[in-house]
Design a protein around this ligand. Structure first.
Ligand code: PMT
Length: 416
């Protein structure tokens, strides 16, 4: 089979939406850093959030409400006594609508006003009226930031449970160097995301592979296996619910990922390896639940292979890379690398061999000869094996099993 390789690979980066269905009020105050509120709005929307912007009079001198309206996709609120705004969404409704209020940039004056509980402008009134968590991201000249008055004000806000984000240090618009720069919008967004994560894996990044890989023989045929992806998708949901940022590298399956999971779709083993290597840089846990095709055709036919009267056909297969073993020995190895062993006999012994050979921290041994569990079923069972421990997990839904396994891994990670 001479072939010029011509298969279109699909590598589609899923949209990350870690703040889906979250409502934010961004309060913009009079600071040279007001322009960064535009980027903050964009980043929040990119993460799936809804944003309403409240601007003080001072803020409108630095950036126009029109810009913020265009970016947020919502009318911008500027005046406490704006009759139009009152009719649409007054300060009480706005304050109740928000899941979080973030004042960014917060000038020295606006911080002092928050301390006093002033309600003579819309932002002050919203902050007073909201039951939602409040975040303040200061931005001012380094001298103003260092002054006792500002530091005491910040202390008061902290005591009241308001979270202070930043400021950053560095060169300032006024030419000074020091603390007082607004945190980068992406850093503010990460803090806001972390504030919604309360589970065992809050602040952690987990990368999971799921489903089968496919190795093409020709444009119409491929080698693959019976993995449905159900186990890997259940693990992703359990990680998300435990508060982790979750990346799912998925072969071709018919599962829907939980909203908020970052899905990377791949087809071949080589694509899964590349996506895994990229995603695991800086990750805390890697879980290989995918059923990876170990051997691929040495050549791929450019045209459909015809039977043309032949009674047999020879296929030469060559080994694919071992994804999990590559990750487990890489410079960017996550803290925990967890494999799955799909076995039909001597389950425990083969799993233990893979644990050692692939340099893993855990391996989940499941018996795929049992049709009620393993491939394509809604249930699973098996043993979570580490170098010095074995935890037997009885038959349960893949969802419950995933939750049990993730709780166990989170416990281990926190002890590590
Ligand atoms: O997808 P479902 O229908 O829900 O089924 C779930 C499952 C049976 C696929 C799952 O529970 C499971 O056992 N997944 C691993 C399947 C497998 O390929 O096991 P293995 O024993 O061949 O591989 C051992 C480990 O090495 C696995 O973590 C595998 O992802 C990894 N591997 C294997 C080969 C390879 N080239 N690269 C790898 O990373």
């Amino acid at each position: 089979m001479n072939a010029t390789f011509g298969v279109n690979f699909l590598l589609c980066i899923g949209q990350m939406a870690r703040l889906l269905n979250r409502n934010f009020i961004i309060g913009v105050t009079g600071s040279i850093a007001a322009y960064k509120a535009a980027e903050l709005t964009r980043e929040l929307i990119r993460e799936g959030a809804s944003v309403r912007v409240v601007m003080t009079e001072g803020a409108c001198e630095f950036i126009t409400p029109l810009t913020m309206q265009a970016l947020s996709g919502n009318p911008v609120h500027t005046g406490l006594l704006d009759t139009e705004a009152e009719a649409a969404m007054g300060h009480i409704e706005l304050a109740r609508w928000a899941d979080s209020v973030i004042v960014a940039p917060a000038s020295a004056d606006s911080i002092a006003r928050l301390v006093q509980g002033r309600a003579d402008d819309l932002l002050g009134a919203c902050v007073l009226a909201t039951p939602a968590p409040i975040f303040v991201a200061p931005a001012m000249n380094q001298e103003m930031w260092a002054k006792a008055a500002t530091q005491e004000n910040i202390g008061v806000l902290r005591e009241r449970g308001i979270e202070i984000l930043g400021p950053d240090s560095g060169s300032q618009a006024c030419g000074d160097i020091g603390a007082g720069r607004l945190l980068e919008p992406t850093e503010i967004v990460e803090s806001l995301i972390a504030s919604f994560s309360t589970g065992d894996l809050a602040g952690k990044h987990v990368v999971i592979t799921a489903g089968p890989t496919r190795e093409p023989l020709c444009p119409v045929r491929y080698i693959s296996n019976r993995s449905s992806g159900k186990m890997g998708y259940a693990l992703a949901e359990a990680c998300l619910n435990a508060g982790a940022r979750t990346t799912l590298i998925s072969g071709p399956v018919h599962c829907d990922a939980a909203p908020g999971v970052d899905v990377v779709e791949v087809e071949t083993t080589r694509e899964m390896l590349e996506a895994s290597m990229t995603a695991t840089d800086g990750a805390d846990i890697f879980i290989g639940a995918a059923a990876v095709v170990d051997f691929k055709p040495e050549t791929v036919a450019a045209q459909k292979i015809k039977r043309a009267g032949s009674e047999s056909m020879e296929l030469k297969l060559v080994a694919n890379p071992d994804i999990i073993a590559t990750i487990a020995t890489s410079d960017t190895r996550p803290n925990l690398v967890v494999g799955f062993a799909a076995e039909t006999n001597d389950v425990s012994a083969y799993a233990r061999d893979k644990l050692k050979r692939k340099n893993l921290d855990f391996i989940f041994a499941n018996d795929v000869s049992d049709k009620a569990i393993g491939f394509n079923s809604d249930s699973n069972a098996g043993t979570l094996i580490s170098a010095n421990n074995e935890i037997v997990m009885a038959v349960s839904s893949k969802r419950v099993l995933a939750e049990t396994m993730i709780a166990e891994l989170a416990k281990h990670l926190s002890e590590k």
